[in-house]
Write a protein that binds this ligand. Structure first.
Ligand code: ZN
Length: 323
């Protein structure tokens, strides 16, 4: 039985993957300053001489996960059409003052707290130029605080909140988001159109995509400091196939289903050039490690286990960076 369009709709963001510079600097920032837990240290499956690092809440809950390919020798990304320019992370209401002080104490330059779509937000960038914003939100998240981390549970980053990107033409993306992925247009502010997925309280909860039309804009390019893709959550393989079929019917040529061990993935470009992924909720990060030991050892896909010694000798050590 095929699903109706409403049930092919993804549940919200699953993870956001970006390109970083030096992996030790990346770890120091996301774990030691932002207080996220390193829940998986693995390698880029297409380039096993480089890490793939995953930061999330204590359990690696889908929707809390920022992942990085650290490529210290890659060139910086170029902002522009078709490339995400800001990643929004939700933080508890009343925590921005704490975060402003914490970031400034770590020599991270921040913007002023400002209000966007009625939400208080604080903008900053990571050490490699990835632009981020903390957004205060009351939405209930499935979130597990990391009690061994440096940030008190009451202040911790809750989840991914959304992303902002310029694209050349709004209409083809709008049609695709609304008709194929189940987003609705929430409103417009300062040229930004906010699209939301159903299922969240109010306007947020990892359910947001803000787009701005920039018809003359140069196409952006991926590099250090840019978001590579946005992954949206599907319940299970059946949901994934139903949405993949809808994406194919809309002419977006999705990839085959790829097994990423912790989830299964399908990739495609939406009409504005943003790379999207559909990732299953399970099996999750505890499929190959205990919850208590997440992220402590290098996890390799089975076909690379035979090369573990060589791969470990190539990868820069991360552990001396422990705060
Ligand atoms: Zn991904």
């Amino acid at each position: 039985m095929s699903r109706t369009p409403a049930t092919t709709t993804p549940n919200g963001l699953h993870h956001i993957t970006a390109i970083a510079g030096d992996p030790v600097e990346n770890l120091r920032f996301y774990r030691d300053v932002l207080g996220q837990r390193l829940v998986k240290r693995s390698v880029n499956q297409d380039d096993p001489g480089t890490y793939h690092l995953f930061y999330a809440d204590a359990d690696g809950t889908p929707g809390t996960d920022l992942t990085f390919f650290p490529w210290p020798h890659a060139k910086p990304g170029r902002p522009g059409a078709g490339v995400v320019e800001e990643t929004l992370l939700s933080v508890p209401v009343g925590s921005l003052e704490y975060w402003e002080e914490r970031l400034q104490a770590a020599d991270v330059h921040t913007g002023r707290v400002s209000q966007r779509f009625g939400e208080q937000s604080l903008r900053f960038a990571d050490p490699h130029g990835l632009r981020l914003a903390f957004v205060e939100t009351e939405d209930p998240f499935d979130f597990s605080p990391w009690h061994e981390g440096p940030v008190p549970a009451a202040m911790q980053v809750r989840a991914l909140h959304g992303a902002r990107a310029p694209i050349r033409e709004l209409e083809p993306t709008r049609t695709f988001l609304e008709d194929t992925m189940g987003f609705r247009h929430f409103g417009e502010e300062d040229g930004w159109h906010r699209f939301v997925l159903p299922g969240a309280a109010g306007a947020g909860g990892g359910h947001l995509l803000d787009l701005r039309a920039d018809p003359e804009g140069r196409r952006g390019e991926w590099g250090v400091g840019s978001v590579h893709h946005l992954a949206w959550t599907v319940d299970d393989p059946e949901h994934q196939v139903a949405l993949r079929d809808a994406v194919a019917a809309a002419g977006r040529r999705p990839s085959d289903v790829i097994d990423r061990f912790w989830f299964e993935s399908v990739y495609f470009m939406e009409p504005g050039g943003l790379l999207f992924e559909l990732a299953t909720t399970g099996p999750g990060f505890t499929v190959d490690e205990d919850q208590g030991a997440l992220g402590e050892r290098l996890i390799l896909p089975p076909w690379l286990e035979g090369s573990r010694e060589r791969i470990e000798s190539i990868l820069p050590p991360l552990d001396e960076a422990v705060a």
